[in-house]
Design a protein around this ligand. Structure first.
Ligand SMILES: C[S@@+](CC[C@H](N)C(=O)[O-])C[C@H]1O[C@@H](n2cnc3c(N)ncnc32)[C@H](O)[C@@H]1O
Length: 286
């Protein structure tokens, strides 16, 4: 993805069309709602109280921290990337709801070396971040020391190593139909040879140095289960995000309908154990 426009506003309450954000769900309000909006609703369902102190690790451009502060919580978002924090701060400053917000602050920091200066939190959230942090067991252990005695962790994470042939085959059929209809932007189209194409999808998915750079499901889940009392665990649809990136249906109405159905289809396939899901939500208490 290229540079976002200078005034790009990743805010669930200010959704609009961003035509140049080509491979991002933020480019269309309904795609943003089905992806980032859904992440917010999932995390929000497990916030332990009406006004709690929240640390969001790897907050990115801040859409989740912002929304939680608007609910009245006091939120600190940290991220190692200065650029995304700059966007988060800009969005925070132009927020029309700021007078009713809890406190909201962003810091540029690497969680592994971040110092909480003695401050404790009621909730620590990782949203698609722990899989990037080296030695996830250390990161999870650190969270334990940042939480109050009634604290909670919410971890919504990508487990790339769970992507397997059945998922790749489903992905192939969806993408192939869209490509044939001219409704998918791809740098190289898939062929009608299923085996060749599914192999290519599998290779792409597990390639790009993922094995070297990203944590696997077990490396994240084991310390979470060991150090926290599990309160909730679910598998969530996520493969559809990759289809959304290339989706180019000229009729907005058709694209909305297709996007909703695709997500519902992945959810149903997960429930029937027909594909192996790749995004999990773990909620644990101290
Ligand atoms: C996939 S993005 C997710 C961003 C955001 N949570 C979201 O869901 O849109 C991962 C984010 O984690 C941040 N990150 C990666 N390693 C980090 C670390 N060690 N400490 C803090 N942030 C980190 C990256 O800079 C990036 O913004």
């Amino acid at each position: 993805m290229g540079e976002p426009p200078r005034d790009f506003t990743p805010d669930l309450r200010r959704l609009k069309v961003w035509p140049t954000m080509e491979s991002s769900p933020w480019r269309q309000p309904y795609l943003a709602d089905l992806t980032y909006g859904e992440m917010y609703r999932l995390a929000n369902a497990f916030v332990p109280g009406r006004k709690v102190r929240i640390l969001e690790v790897g907050c990115g451009q801040g859409f989740l921290s912002l929304e939680l502060a608007r609910k009245g919580h006091d939120v600190l978002g940290i991220d190692v990337d200065e650029k995304v924090v700059k966007t988060a701060r800009r969005v925070m400053k132009s927020d029309a709801y700021k007078s009713n917000r809890g406190t909201l602050e962003y810091q540029v920091s690497d969680f592994s070396s971040w110092n909480n200066l003695g401050k404790l939190y009621d909730l620590v959230i990782f949203n698609r971040v722990l899989h990037h942090i080296p030695r996830p067991n250390k990161a999870v252990d650190k969270v334990k020391h940042l939480l109050t005695s009634r604290g909670r962790i919410i971890c919504i994470e990508y487990a790339y190593d769970r992507f397997e042939r059945r998922s790749a085959t489903w992905f192939y059929h969806i993408r192939r139909v869209l490509e044939q209809a001219g409704w998918f932007a791809s740098y190289k189209r898939l062929s009608d040879n299923i085996q060749v194409s599914v192999n290519r999808i599998m290779k792409d998915w597990h390639g790009h140095g993922r094995k070297e750079r990203l944590n696997r499901f077990k490396e994240m889940h084991e310390p979470l289960r060991k150090l926290f009392r599990e309160r909730h665990f679910s598998w969530e649809p996520y493969i559809f995000w990759d289809i959304f990136m290339g989706l180019r249906i000229p009729s907005v109405e058709t694209e909305i309908g297709f996007a909703r159905s695709l997500k519902a289809m992945e959810k149903a396939l997960i429930e029937k154990a027909a594909i192996s899901p790749i995004l999990f939500c773990f909620v644990g208490d101290v």
